[in-house]
Ligand binder design. Structure first.
Ligand code: GAP
Length: 511
């Protein structure tokens, strides 16, 4: 998808009340966004889909809601004070700041693109007789590009693992990576930049206490591990889920709601016996991928990306990437976090955080598998995949958001054909019956065609038109968003028809 197409999605989000720039009338606040009347419904539905898939479908997963402010020692224990850094580099000509690792990743992605294009061209040329594996092994241009990629990739992975900032700069220079704005290679040194926001709490004679805005929700789960385990009589393996705001002072904040300074996470920490963590890691990878694919946008839109550099707490890690308009990007991280967090909190708090396993008759510090997904990135992936421009018969076009019905902000629009003859009253009667289960919208303004287009643009899966026949025989026409087909149905069948596709229950049953 082109940059233009992405711009269209961003303006569509604004035009139809999904996402607004924060503080817009004051010229905005960079990388902070507000969700509008449609956006909040879609966002809440995404959160419900996640929450129910965790705590309804898994008997051994429970939820919590911990505070954003936490004792500052927590962030020392978690490693965020010392290690939650991004390597940044400035271009001296454009005065723009970049993440050094992102510049190199983009360079590697360009080589991948070159290789893929070469393969695509050859596949077209050779048709059915094309042997892709052989082509990879023998084509000189591919071999050359692959060797270059492997060499840079190996240097990059090592530099990240060793936190070798000088080597990161060297790679940027050696690869002749230029600033996209100034076009020059006049780079500063690479420096580390801590991403946490700091504020002050209370006021004492000694001064206020420095506190952080949490950069992840996960630590709220770790510090409550024993509270939940004991009060909930939880047996290992079990999980704790939570959704909530997180804050990061991102250096490169761009691509709309992809990288924000205030965002929302949905995280689950799953506590397991030591030694069983990699088995559970594999299980949660599978469960989470199924959750994504159940939305029906096509399996080819998703892929796993294993980490080159493992975070200080992990012994295995992968991302679930989604094909955004600007390429495959991380939407969710799945990490095997070992016992790092609990052991560290034990050390810093001086409190025991162990579990007595009645089956093994011994105490141990559980290992943890984490699934961590950003609500806003999930929102962006869904909107991007759903946004469709269609040419209709007669040369007309329509913009339709092909949202999964269960996630759509409005499930049903009820439209009286005219504003008289008792049709508005009949329409209101339908809404009054259905509104307890379904988010409905009443619309009587403009022609029926225009009203359909408005509903298409916000992704409403069902439009019901109330006409004169409706007042006589209690039937209406239902118009389906994706096919635009219409059928006449009895009003008392509407709830069943809509529930069949639009209920969260039926979506959850597919995972
Ligand atoms: N507790 C682990 C953790 O926070 P992460 O990979 O840093 O891991 C998890 O973040 C998810 O949170 C990401 O996959 C992404 O969806 C989301 N996320 C992270 N930073 C973000 C940002 N600046 N803006 C929007 N979403 C973000």
């Amino acid at each position: 998808m082109s940059e233009d197409a992405f711009k269209k999605i961003v303006s569509h989000c604004k035009e139809y009340g999904f996402v607004f720039q924060s503080s817009e009338i004051y010229d905005g606040l960079s990388a902070v966004y507000d969700y509008g009347q449609m956006g909040v419904e879609l966002k809440n539905n995404i959160k419900k889909y996640w929450w129910d898939s965790m705590v309804l479908l898994h008997e051994n997963v429970v939820g919590i809601d911990s505070a954003i402010f936490m004792h500052p020692a927590i962030w020392k224990a978690s490693g965020h004070v010392d290690a939650f850094n991004d390597p940044l580099i400035d271009n001296k000509d454009s005065k723009k700041r970049y993440r050094a690792d992102v510049l190199i990743e983009e360079y590697l992605a360009k080589i991948d693109d070159k290789i893929n294009k070469e393969v695509e061209k050859a596949a077209k040329r050779f048709g059915d007789s094309f042997d892709e594996a052989m082509f990879h092994r023998t084509n000189p241009r591919i071999l050359e590009n692959q060797a270059k990629r492997d060499e840079i990739h190996a240097r990059f992975a090592k530099a990240l693992n060793d936190s070798n900032l000088e080597e990161l700069r060297r790679i940027i220079i050696d690869c002749e990576i230029a600033d996209p704005i100034s076009g020059t290679r006049n780079w500063t040194d690479v420096r580390q930049f801590n991403l946490m926001f700091i504020t002050e709490m209370g006021s004492t004679a000694d001064g206020a206490m420095k506190v952080y805005l949490r950069p992840e929700t996960a630590q709220g789960i770790f510090v409550n591990f024993l509270n939940v385990q004991k009060t909930g009589r939880m047996k290992i393996p079990f999980g704790i889920a939570q959704t909530g705001k997180a804050f990061r002072n991102e250096i490169v904040a761009r691509q709309f709601i992809f990288r924000m300074r205030e965002f929302e996470q949905m995280e689950m920490q799953f506590f397991v016996r030591p030694g069983e963590e990699l088995e559970w890691f594999a299980k949660w990878k599978e469960i989470r991928m199924k959750w994504h694919k159940a939305l029906g946008y096509g399996d080819n839109k998703y892929r796993f990306h294993d980490h080159d550099k493992l975070a200080h707490y992990a012994n295995a890690a992968t991302d679930i990437e989604f094909e955004m308009p600007f390429g495959f990007k991380e939407v969710e991280g799945i990490h095997s976090r070992t016992d790092f967090d609990l052991v560290s909190h034990e050390k810093y708090s001086g409190k025991k955080l162990q579990y007595f396993d009645p089956e093994l008759n011994k105490s141990y510090t559980p290992y943890v598998i984490e699934t961590s997904i950003g609500v806003d990135r999930m929102f962006l992936s869904i909107i991007s995949a759903a946004y469709t421009e269609e040419e209709l018969d007669g040369g007309e076009t329509r913009v339709v958001l092909k949202l999964p019905a269960a996630l759509a902000p409005i499930k049903l629009a009820v439209l009286p054909l005219v504003k008289k003859d008792g049709l508005p009253e009949k329409a209101r009667e339908i809404i009054d019956n259905l509104k307890f289960d379904l988010k409905c919208q009443y619309d009587e303004k403009d022609s029926i065609g225009k009203r359909y287009r408005r509903q298409d643009a916000i992704g409403t899966p069902y439009c019901v038109t109330v006409d004169h026949q409706s007042t006589k025989d209690n039937t209406v026409t239902v118009r389906y968003r994706d096919t635009m087909e219409q059928e006449r149905v009895a009003i008392d069948k509407l709830a069943d028809i809509i529930a069949d596709k639009a209920s969260m229950k039926n979506l959850l049953k597919t995972i």
